[in-house]
Design a protein around this ligand. Structure first.
Ligand SMILES: [Ca+2]
Ligand SMILES: [Ca+2]
Length: 485
């Protein structure tokens, strides 16, 4: 539901009304805006509408903070993502005139680094897209992908004209974000596509009931006269009863990058909750990986162009787990063959492979395409799955990217019609081609695929071989190459 255009002056009037409720000191008890004895404020709340389901980040250690991987992958809901996100930082209230802990420069540096050349953390999200079918769990090369090609930082507004409310309601927070949209001149729906407004409340305030309500921050979407706007409610993290990340890695401001980074990432993949990428229990990419202390995906100090900042991992459907970063593609194009160990003659790395896949075929009377090793998937003759994959970066300036490999298939199956045993080639989890026992050949044949679509991305090239419960089929792969130019 959209509303008619109103001039910015109404926002200012609303802000002045807040100040009146608070008094000169700005530190009185919480106003009760819902009862609406301020007509300006009441008028305001009737003109913006929550359009989405508020997604809170629970405090560490709380039961709600755990989002088990058992909830499965993120599933696309048919709505928008933020393709190349832009983030505005809004420091709300005259209380920010004093910033003894240096929160403002900390957050400016953090956001200036996000999306930049070293940011493999945000680029975990490049696997997600919009424009594929609802219910999809991977995009492959389809749809419009999230893509980072520079800093996401779009601007800062120090709105110190009035005090921020002692306990802002959700609608007051959204009203401040809407005022920020006007401040930055984003007064059309088009100008707010892919935009996030992070509203930072000052020390000692309780926006949305923080921290007693049990959350560290939240994000949501509102429909306004300027179109849909994505709003982050970002309280003063060191005030959090549950910690909200303070001193997590030893820094008083750690919680700001951990929690705001969480909201930022979720606003990229699910700006209108829950129409974007959400698992079956309602978890977004940040929720599924909150507050991990150790092991894979644990909160870590991540090096951006602008310095190191503690961040949590986010959920990757590609690896079916919490992932801190992907390799960052080079800005140009490193021409030539890009795969490591393409002929399998140098052990396993940088391939990831299930047990005994990289083998010497001569041991079983078969041959490699060259050298003495190849990747041998399946050939067991009972229910079995083998995998082989490698992650590789394709520079953004590459005009061509050609994947090739030599494939030899032999089988004990005798059917001429049934594909009992299969091999799938995937890129970022999406299937590019499949073969089966029906494709058995007497020697190696070269297969070639165009991956130029993936320029500017780090992709995972994967093979999955699946056998049924009898009669072996072997898939031998050797002399792979990804030639970039
Ligand atoms: Ca070889
Ligand atoms: Ca079989």
């Amino acid at each position: 539901m959209r509303i008619a255009h109103r001039p910015r002056a109404v926002f200012l009037a609303a802000s002045i009304a807040f100040a009146t409720l608070l008094g000169a000191g700005g530190a009185l008890a919480a106003p009760a805006p819902q009862t609406g004895d301020s007509t300006d404020y009441h008028d305001y709340t009737t003109r913006i509408h929550q359009h989405g389901r508020k997604i809170v980040m629970p405090t560490p250690g709380s039961a709600a903070a755990a989002r088990p991987a058992a909830a499965g992958p993120l599933v696309y809901g048919g709505g928008p993502i933020q393709r190349s996100p832009k983030a505005y930082l809004v420091f709300w209230g005259s209380q920010w005139s004093s910033d003894p802990q240096g929160v403002i420069p900390y957050l400016q540096s953090f956001f200036r680094g996000l999306g930049g050349g070293q940011d493999g953390w945000s680029r975990v999200m490049e696997q997600y897209c919009q424009g594929v079918a609802s219910g999809a769990v991977s995009c492959g090369s389809a749809g419009t992908h999230i893509h980072f090609d520079g800093s996401v930082y779009a601007g800062i507004w120090l709105d110190t004209s009035v005090s921020a409310p002692y306990q802002a309601t959700d609608d007051q927070i959204a009203a401040e974000a809407t005022a920020a949209a006007a401040h930055f001149g984003n007064t059309t729906a088009a100008s707010n596509v892919g935009v996030q407004y992070h509203v930072f409340s000052p020390q000692g305030t309780h926006p949305g009931g923080f921290p007693g309500a049990g959350f560290c921050a939240w994000h949501n979407n509102w429909s306004t006269q300027y179109g849909d706007i994505s709003v982050g409610n970002e309280p003063y993290m060191p005030d959090g009863n549950g910690g909200c990340g303070t001193n997590w890695l030893g820094g008083a401001l750690d919680g700001f990058s951990i929690v705001v980074g969480h909201e930022y990432a979720e606003s990229v993949t699910d700006p209108i909750p829950n129409s974007g990428w959400v698992d079956t229990s309602g978890g977004e990419n940040g929720d599924k990986c909150s507050w991990i202390r150790s092991g894979p995906g644990a909160i870590t100090s991540y090096p951006l162009d602008t310095g190191k900042f503690p961040v949590q991992s986010t959920w990757s459907n590609q690896i079916n787990g919490c992932q801190t970063s992907v390799p960052v593609p080079p800005p140009g194009c490193v021409a030539g063959q890009a795969l490591g160990n393409p002929g399998f003659e140098s052990g396993t790395a940088p391939w990831s492979a299930s047990a005994n896949v990289i083998a010497q075929p001569a041991t079983w009377g078969r041959t490699a395409h060259s050298g003495s090793y190849a990747a041998w998937l399946d050939g067991v003759g009972s229910r079995h799955t083998d995998t082989l994959s490698q992650q590789v970066s394709i520079g953004s300036a590459c005009r061509s990217a050609t994947l090739s490999f030599w494939l030899n298939i032999f089988t004990a199956e005798t059917t001429a019609t049934q594909a009992y045993d299969t091999l799938a080639l995937t890129v970022n989890g999406a299937t590019l081609a499949t073969w089966s026992n029906l494709d058995a050949n007497t020697g190696y044949a070269q297969r070639t695929f165009d991956l130029s679509y993936y320029a500017g991305q780090t992709v995972t090239i994967g093979f999955t071989g699946t056998e049924d419960d009898n009669l072996q089929t072997s898939f031998l792969i050797d002399d792979a190459a990804l030639v970039l130019s």
